[in-house]
Design a protein around this ligand. Structure first.
Ligand code: C5P
Length: 396
């Protein structure tokens, strides 16, 4: 919390008095608070109280000539690390979900580009009303974090869900949300392909390669840990799905290409899969049999789609496109050639002449238009962490 800036928008409900305690708790944890009061909120708590507790000016109106001369409301909405609406009244959430900007609080909420946490408090019937349910659902699908209210006796004498959570619980939610925003890939969608593909010859035989999927899975895991939403399109491998990762299992290159298309749009795509370059042109419907004639069945191959090259030319191309190059000789030179040929932004090259495929260690060279960065041999998880750090930098 140390040094984090919270813009606290206080709505007009009886629970507004608890916002004073919340300000105190945030300050005690080292956070900075700037308060905005709606006209309704000012009936429950005074600007003076919140100014004294926050040690910051309190804002109450859009029509502040001095502040607005410096684009006050836009600035206020952008300076925070997190916007907290507490209490979030039914009225304020209705305005937020509809995009109404008819006072300072609502305007800030429409103008902000920062994460928003809403802490509702209202009468139980208002909370359960279809209009509020709709508004909360809209806000959540718009990316606003709406906390569930507590259940219990209410100021109005009724009982049920609608009470503001205790300030300590709100503080915990704020801390968790700030933790999320500290994650460098929060809000980003990262697409990873991993593993080999299996290209059927007949119902029981296939063409494959030695890729274990370990490097791709480690990259998906590191991206999820960095806060990204991760889609992992995995060829046939026996690996557990990393926590927080959405996995799509495929067998063939064509299935992988379709799964990649279906997962778009993505902010970054990291194509680690060892996709089979060729498949059998005509897969046999039945198991091929030795017929005793001594004749060997011819296997005519045809080329698979190049998923990476296709993605590079796609209209919804991810902003950052990273390919891998498994080489057994002239590793960097081949990767440099591949960068241009495939249209990727980076190619991560590795020498697979040893036991990299299936092994625990990897030594990679990151080839970009601007030059080559060679990393020493390290565990695949460490290669993944190093790559994700660079990818987060590139996307920021
Ligand atoms: O051409 P090569 O197979 O060496 O290229 C490797 C890179 O291209 C990897 O990123 C791999 O995932 C991707 N690739 C692909 N579709 C193919 C072949 C390779 O996406 N059919």
């Amino acid at each position: 919390m140390q040094g984090k800036r919270i813009l606290l928008i206080v709505g007009g409900g009886i629970a507004a008095y608890k916002s004073c305690e919340l300000v105190r708790l945030i300050r005690r944890e080292g956070g900075e608070v700037t308060c905005v009061l709606t006209a309704g909120a000012a009936h429950f708590v005074t600007p003076m109280t919140l100014a004294a507790l926050s040690e910051n000016p309190v804002h109450t109106t859009l029509w502040d000539l001095d502040a607005e001369a410096k684009m006050g409301h836009i600035q206020l909405s952008r300076q925070a690390d997190l916007v907290v609406v507490c209490p979030a009244t039914a009225d304020l959430m209705a305005k937020m979900s509809a995009g109404i900007a008819d006072d300072l609080a609502a305007t800030l909420l429409l103008a902000t580009d920062k994460p928003v946490l809403a802490v509702p408090a209202m009468n139980v019937r208002m909370w359960q009303h279809a209009a509020t349910r709709r508004n909360v659902a809209t806000l959540r699908s718009d990316g606003v974090d709406v906390l569930e209210p507590d259940e219990g006796p209410m100021a109005c004498g009724e009982f049920g869900p609608g009470r503001l959570p205790e300030p300590a619980a709100i503080l915990a939610a704020i801390t968790a949300k700030l933790g999320d925003t500290a994650k460098p890939l929060a809000g980003k969608h990262v697409l990873v392909t991993a593993g080999p593909t299996h290209e059927p010859i007949d119902p029981v035989r296939y063409i494959a390669n030695r890729s274990s999927g370990r490097q791709g899975f480690a990259i998906a895991e590191a991206a999820a840990r960095a806060g990204a939403r991760v889609t992992l399109v995995a060829g046939p491998v026996a690996l557990p799905t990393p926590p927080g990762v959405t996995r799509v299992d495929v067998q063939t290159a064509r299935e992988m290409a379709a799964a990649v298309d279906a997962a778009l749009p993505a902010d970054a795509a990291i194509m680690v899969a060892a996709v089979a370059d060729w498949r059998v042109a005509a897969e046999a419907g039945q198991k091929l049999k030795k017929d005793g004639s001594g004749e060997i069945p011819p296997l005519t191959l045809t080329e698979n789609p190049d998923i990476l090259a296709r993605l590079a030319r796609a209209p919804n191309r991810p902003r950052l496109l990273v390919g891998f190059a498994a080489e057994t000789e002239h590793v960097v030179a081949h990767a440099e050639a591949k960068l241009a040929k495939k249209g990727a932004d980076w190619i991560v090259a590795n020498d697979v002449s040893g036991d990299v495929m299936g092994g625990a260690l990897n030594a990679v060279h990151i080839v970009r238009a601007g030059g080559v960065e060679s990393l020493p041999e390290m565990p695949k998880a460490a290669v993944a962490a190093a790559l994700i750090e660079r990818i987060a930098d590139a996307l920021s």
